[in-house]
Design a protein around this ligand. Structure first.
Ligand SMILES: [Zn+2]
Length: 153
């Protein structure tokens, strides 16, 4: 896991941040996403625990980025962390996500972003002692994800 050291800024003047080619502007994101989705995916808000769609869903499927559709996590990488958010011990592939050091709220955390569209997904925590292959907990927002059930594939 490679963590870049640019801290995350939550401001509305994101027009100054460089958008990679083919990416949507913040205005376009605002139109495409619901207000709640926009707040989490583009402004790095966190949904309230135990409120999202997927924290207690353990059926088979693939979790895609709700903003761009990239496949990010698999249900067999999901585990029950009792934290109120969908938790995974690994992404579907390491190149599907990007990491950024996040020092907001007086904590140092590792933010997890979609590698394809740089939308906020959640944070990853290490060494919490969960009985998983990686001892990592990708603590994601349900609203950042969209599950495609196994039977639909
Ligand atoms: Zn995405």
């Amino acid at each position: 896991m490679t963590v870049s050291d640019t801290s995350h800024h939550q401001d509305d003047t994101t027009q100054t941040t460089t958008t990679r080619s083919g990416q949507l502007s913040e205005d376009e994101w605002k139109q495409r996403l619901s207000p709640a989705e926009y707040q989490v995916l583009r402004q790095a808000a966190t949904e309230r625990p135990f409120t999202g769609e997927y924290w207690d869903d353990f059926s088979e499927g693939i979790y895609r980025c709700r903003a761009c559709g990239a496949e990010l996590f698999r249900s067999d990488q999901k585990f029950d962390a009792h934290c109120g958010w969908p938790s995974f011990f690994a992404p579907l592939a390491e190149d599907r996500v990007e990491y950024r050091k996040d020092t907001s709220l007086g904590m140092t955390r590792i933010e997890v972003l979609c590698a394809q569209c740089q939308s906020h997904l959640g944070h990853v925590f290490e060494g919490e002692g969960f009985n998983t292959p990686t001892d990592l907990r990708y603590c994601m927002n349900s609203i950042s994800l969209e599950k495609v059930p196994r039977s639909d594939r």
